[in-house]
Design a protein around this ligand. Structure first.
Ligand code: FES
Length: 106
């Protein structure tokens, strides 16, 4: 496991979602109420790019069919309407040091 510097803390405002690269992984980094979270970037429903998504009521929403995920652990809050359950997103540890945001990946 290694920590990768992915962004400046000041670059993400509350509600922002950025696509970032950490090692060989392409992830999304989110600022939700001043806390930073990182998950895999493809929706587990139909692989839509969640960097195009948005934060609503503290959750990550896929704009394609409105699956809802919990930023803190990638778990599914609700699958798309009319769909069976979908897999959670991968979740990654995030830390902020000296104004820089780091993500830990294998
Ligand atoms: S692709 Fe994300 S909800 Fe369908």
């Amino acid at each position: 496991m290694a920590w990768y510097k992915v962004a400046k803390e000041s670059a993400l405002k509350d509600g922002d979602i950025f696509k970032v690269n950490a090692g060989s992984k392409e992830l999304i980094l989110m600022n939700v109420g001043g806390k930073f979270y990182a998950t895999s970037h493809l929706c587990t429903h139909e692989q839509y790019d969640l960097a195009e998504g948005f934060i609503d009521d503290g959750n990550l929403v896929c704009p394609n069919h409105f699956a809802i995920f919990k930023p803190a652990d990638g778990s599914v809050v609700s699958p798309p309407e009319g769909s069976d359950s979908i897999a959670p997103l991968e979740s990654y540890k995030v830390k902020v040091e000296n104004g820089e945001v780091f993500i830990e990946v294998a």
